[in-house]
Design a protein around this ligand. Structure first.
Ligand SMILES: Nc1ncnc2c1ncn2[C@@H]1O[C@H](COP(=O)(O)OP(=O)(O)OP(=O)(O)O)[C@@H](O)[C@H]1O
Ligand SMILES: Nc1ccn([C@H]2C[C@H](O)[C@@H](COP(=O)(O)O)O2)c(=O)n1
Length: 235
């Protein structure tokens, strides 16, 4: 199995903090370009779900690392219908439950898990790019660790207030500022924990920052497509 995409395949790496719009914007960019889409966060979520299903203690670093190596994970990278399954069981809805969001950092900060996921993600990127001509892969360490040689590397950011408002609206609808406060602890604490193993708040060398604080969704997609169109023009 190869883990290196061919030179004629377009690999786009997108990182950013929670609620910046990585998943939704990356998916729309992949659709616009007619290439595959890889949501790497769903892989950490699937492992968390599987550990909880099996009664694996998330604080047992060795047991969680072994679970990662054993995980029978299937990822579908069609941007029109991305899927996550474990042992043939679709977990798309289950991995978005708040019990998973609250626990996933404990799994994602396990360094042995990250080493295993790195290999899986590189293989998925190469396989998807070979099948569709390219891939948009998003997460926290794609621009820096998983695909540092990607053709296009973007850090998608937004102010904390904008990210909280978006996440709050997604979870609670237009319920007002109280839900923003309720969301704050969840989002900010998760980013703080995840930041201990990945750098996704400051762009690494060669990574283009796209700040979406004052952009709507379509404008954010267009801004990333502009970066893609401008590739090769930079010195
Ligand atoms: N520019 C934007 N303007 C307004 N809403 C946006 C924008 N970009 C994304 N959204 C909305 O914000 C919400 C969060 O987006 P998304 O789930 O893509 O973020 P994320 O960065 O992948 O978060 P996480 O890492 O926590 O999964 C979604 O409801 C999405 O539709
Ligand atoms: N490349 C990645 C992708 C995700 N994570 C962590 C960060 C989150 O706590 C968790 C779920 O990600 P989300 O679905 O919210 O984007 O996985 C990571 O460490 N590295």
């Amino acid at each position: 199995m190869t883990t290196t995409p061919a030179p004629d395949q377009l690999v786009i790496a997108i990182d950013g903090p929670s609620g910046s719009g990585k998943s939704s914007v990356s998916r729309a960019v992949a659709r616009a370009l007619g290439v595959g889409f890889l949501d790497t966060g769903s892989m950490y979520r699937a492992l968390t779900w599987w550990c909880l299903e099996q009664g694996t203690d998330l604080s047992d670093v060795a047991a969680v690392a072994q679970a990662s190596r054993d995980l029978p994970l299937q990822i579908g990278t069609d941007p029109d219908a991305p899927t996550t399954a474990v042992g043939g069981h679709n977990v798309d809805a289950a991995i978005r439950e708040s019990r998973i969001s609250e626990a996933v950092s404990q799994v994602a900060t396990n360094l042995d898990v990250r080493a295993d996921m790195l290999q899986r993600q590189r293989a998925l990127i190469a396989d998807t790019a070979a099948r569709t001509g390219g891939v948009v892969a998003e997460g926290r360490d794609i621009t820096t660790v998983v695909a540092p040689d990607a053709d296009v590397r973007v850090l998608l950011t937004a102010s904390e207030e904008a990210r909280l408002a978006r996440r709050s609206k997604e979870l609670h609808g237009d319920a007002g500022s109280a839900s923003v406060e309720a969301t704050r602890a969840q989002v900010v604490q998760r980013d703080a924990r995840d930041s201990t193993v990945s750098q996704f708040t400051v762009a690494a060398d060669g990574v283009t920052t796209v700040d979406t604080s004052d952009l709507d969704f379509d404008q954010s997609v267009a801004a990333v497509l502009d970066v893609v169109a401008a590739r090769g023009e930079r010195v």
